[in-house]
Ligand binder design. Structure first.
Ligand code: FAD
Length: 329
């Protein structure tokens, strides 16, 4: 039997606290451009817990998706990459989209390589732009060599897969008159044979990439309990705690709150860097914050080169004073 031709653009949307994660609306903008340039359709796949209201997907159609597939299961209550990836791979093998776009969120970054490897196709991670060349091939654009060049990458295998940075593109505009085409489909597999989740631990309700204030700590933090100093200030300012990779590597914090090149990219209104030297890989994740405040006991620390305000001093003295100051305000 002849194999089905690869066609169309698929966006892997994800849920967050019962809603569609907004990165999907940004992907729809580029997805629509690619689909129109190739004369193909644009669809979304969303794996969601059984409690998810399917009607919450309408906005995906209003923002440009021709069709939304929703796969719901109690097994998806806690996003578990291996099970998610198995279902996504089966879906892609059945539908054979030509292009698959994934948000470079914490989950997306973990899922996309598993899916690409299982399909035996290429993946361009962390794209900042997507274009279509004259032959209808996707040009995936991403910074390389510590942001010194922009690499233009084409995938020779199919589907062509890319993860795309969150908050890089405008969200696709809403068309209230758009046709709502949502189809619930059954999961291919609901039990992961190799991994069982026995307990999940909440690390806060807000995604660090959406926080308006990030209070981040680096190697200057001596022990895990001292992260409470950051948390206290973050709570006071309605923000989130972030960390440099040094603290993740030391086992003091989870990678989901790591800021930087191999962690999360954040664009908060205020970023307070405490005991962080300012390595290029850390700056890659936070340099676009509106206001950067640095606390460091080394006046020559590179973080001061990009900081709007700096405190040269011991964070164990400066942080409590800052917290006290904001408490009074
Ligand atoms: P250090 O560089 O050790 O800096 C600690 C700072 O704390 C120093 O400036 C010191 O003066 C100051 N300090 C110490 N004690 C105090 C005190 N009591 N009060 C005030 N200041 C104090 N790093 C990331 O953060 N995120 C990433 O995503 C990331 N990805 C990477 C990817 C690759 C491929 C590679 C090779 C590296 C990556 N790194 C990443 C690591 C990065 O290169 C740095 O090693 C790391 O950012 C350093 O973390 P730091 O600033 O906390 O520690």
């Amino acid at each position: 039997m002849e194999e089905k031709k690869y066609s169309g653009v698929l966006i892997l949307a994800e849920t967050e606290h019962g809603k569609v994660h907004r990165v999907a609306y940004e992907l729809l903008n580029k997805g629509r451009m690619i689909a129109d340039a190739c004369g193909e359709s644009l669809s979304c796949l969303l794996l969601a817990p059984d409690t998810f209201e399917t009607s919450a997907c309408s906005e995906l159609c209003q923002r440009g998706a021709d069709q939304v597939y929703v796969m719901k299961s109690a097994a998806f209550r806690h996003p578990e990459e291996v099970l998610f990836a198995q279902n996504i791979v089966s879906f892609i093998e059945e539908k054979r989209p030509d292009t698959v776009l994934v948000g470079a969120t914490h989950l997306g970054r973990s899922l996309a390589p598993r899916v690409a490897a299982a399909l035996g196709t290429g993946l361009t991670a962390d794209c900042t732009d997507l274009q279509v060349d004259a032959d209808g091939n996707l040009e995936q654009i991403r910074p390389a060599f510590s942001d010194n060049i922009l690499a233009h990458i084409k995938t020779v295998t199919r589907p062509q897969m890319a993860t795309v940075r969150y908050k890089e593109f405008q969200e696709a505009p809403v068309n209230d008159g758009a046709q709502i085409q949502i189809r619930e489909i059954a999961p291919y597999i609901e039990e992961n044979q190799s991994v069982k989740i026995e307990k999940t631990v909440s690390i806060g309700d807000m995604d660090i990439t959406d926080a308006e204030v990030v209070v981040a700590g680096g190697r200057g933090i001596r022990k895990e309990e001292d992260l409470a100093l950051l948390q206290e200030l973050a709570d006071l300012l309605g923000g989130q705690v972030g960390v440099s990779r040094a603290l993740v590597d030391a086992g003091m914090a989870p990678s989901s709150i790591q800021v930087g090149y191999s962690g999360n990219r954040v664009k908060p209104k205020v970023y307070i860097a405490c005991g962080i030297s300012g390595a290029p890989q850390h700056l890659a994740g936070m340099k676009e914050a509106d206001v950067i405040i640095a606390v460091n006991n080394d006046p020559s620390a590179p973080i001061f080169n990009i900081a709007d305000y700096g405190f040269v001093g011991d964070l164990y003295e400066v942080l409590p004073q800052l917290t006290e100051h904001f408490r009074k305000d």
